[in-house]
Design a protein around this ligand. Structure first.
Ligand SMILES: Cc1ncc(COP(=O)(O)O)c(C=O)c1O
Length: 394
């Protein structure tokens, strides 16, 4: 027997994806941006769990002109799907992968002196092995500057003191490389206080100016993630890198007020079993929940293996017909128990909204679920298991 996605939908849990929502979100975010600023869609980690190829296609149709991924494998998946748009690999250069960069026409981040040396060595070996002096197309490089995250990138201090500028000059002097871009990443752009973001931006500008004095001019300068794109259009520069807000979420309540973002992904389950217990019975593994009254227990076919964070055990909630329903007992690998006592009309097969928006317009904020789980929306989205069917609704 062959199951199609609709059959699967009738079985246990599923996600619905809305391309219309994605396009709406990109449009909303664009409204504030200078017209000269272009948009790079961040589709790493399988587009935050939404499906990289699908999101990339939708985002490009909605006006994004660059894609960003974390790894070369993610970029190759997009190329295999015949996506020809420029793709930036945001992670440092990985030794030995130059041939793929060249063949797949990918743009590579260079984040340290180590990267510079590895890239130049690999380039020399490639040219020698292929009896070449010049590549057909130079490899596009984006220099990453660490302006305060202390994660990856050329540290500002060392750039200012000139040590590392020499590395960048080495790249600029190589005809087989095109120093197309320079970028940095903000640490706290989603927080109400914008001071540190401004500090990071000023440091970034200083480096750009310093490199300009050495005749190194970048076509593409970028620093803003979703939050900065929305709140600090004045630092948008040539590109903004859109992630979470494009997917319809943002932890910052100011953003929720400012823009009417729509969830691209909504996560549903359904009631698979209902039974009554009396008072003082325990529920689930470890007997962590004891009924305080005669309790109607409903089970849904979604567990931590599906992406329902186990930290939601005894603390999280889901939505049934617009009503908030508590999760009771420990979340299991494949299923979860709910207290349905206050919703006695619930029947087997009733739909349960975990986050997103249902067909009656009922909305459940992913950030609310993330807060209950002690995490962030990003982690929940990325944690949705492959076994959950993803149904594209528009
Ligand atoms: C370098 C870089 N740019 C942009 C983004 C997108 O950030 P956001 O999802 O907050 O818009 C990320 C996400 O982690 C990132 O690592």
């Amino acid at each position: 027997m062959k199951l199609n996605s609709t059959d699967l939908k009738t079985q246990r849990s599923w996600c619905e994806l809305s391309g219309a929502a994605l396009k709406h979100n990109i449009k909303q975010i664009s409204q504030n941006l200078p017209v000269s600023t272009q948009k790079m869609a961040v589709v790493k980690a399988d587009a935050y769990g939404h499906g990289a190829v699908w999101v990339a296609e939708q985002a490009l149709t909605a006006g994004c002109t660059y894609l960003a991924v974390a790894t070369i494998e993610e970029a190759v998946v997009l190329r295999q799907a015949e996506i020809t748009a420029p793709i930036l690999i945001l992670s440092p250069y990985c030794e030995g992968l130059l041939e793929i960069l060249i063949e797949q026409k990918l743009s590579q981040t260079v984040a340290s002196e180590f990267d510079v040396n590895a890239l130049l060595n690999d380039l020399q070996s490639y040219l020698t092995a292929n009896n070449l002096v010049k590549l057909a197309h130079p490899i596009k490089i984006h220099i990453k500057i660490d302006t305060g995250m202390n994660r990856i990138g050329f540290p500002v201090k060392e750039m200012i003191s000139s040590e590392l500028v020499t590395s960048v000059i080495k790249l600029a002097e190589n005809d087989n490389l095109d120093l197309e871009g320079i970028f940095t990443h903000f640490a706290v752009a989603d927080e109400p206080q914008k001071d540190f973001t401004q500090v990071q931006f000023n440091r970034f500008q200083k480096i750009i100016k310093k490199l300009a004095t050495k005749n190194i001019i970048f076509k593409i300068k970028h620093c803003s993630n979703s939050a900065a794109a929305i709140f600090l259009p004045e630092v948008a520069l040539d590109y903004v890198r859109l992630g979470i807000a494009m997917y319809g979420w943002c932890p910052n309540s100011e953003i929720k007020e400012k823009l009417q973002l729509k969830p691209v992904m909504s996560f549903f389950s359904k009631i698979s079993s209902i039974h009554r217990t009396s008072v003082n019975e325990t529920v689930g593994y470890g007997q962590t929940y004891t009924t305080q009254r005669n309790t109607l227990i409903g089970t849904i076919e979604t567990g931590y293996a599906d992406g329902l964070d186990r930290h939601l055990s005894n603390t999280g909630t889901v939505i049934i017909k617009g009503k908030t329903v508590p999760i009771i007992g420990r979340i299991c690998m494949d299923r979860t128990m709910l207290d349905l006592t206050d919703l006695p009309q619930t029947t087997i097969g009733d739909e349960v909204l975990i986050f997103g928006q249902d067909h009656n317009g009922i909305y459940r904020d992913l950030d609310d679920l993330a807060e209950q789980a002690g995490t962030i929306s990003y982690e929940i989205l990325c944690g949705i298991n492959q076994r959950i069917p993803k149904i594209i609704i528009d």
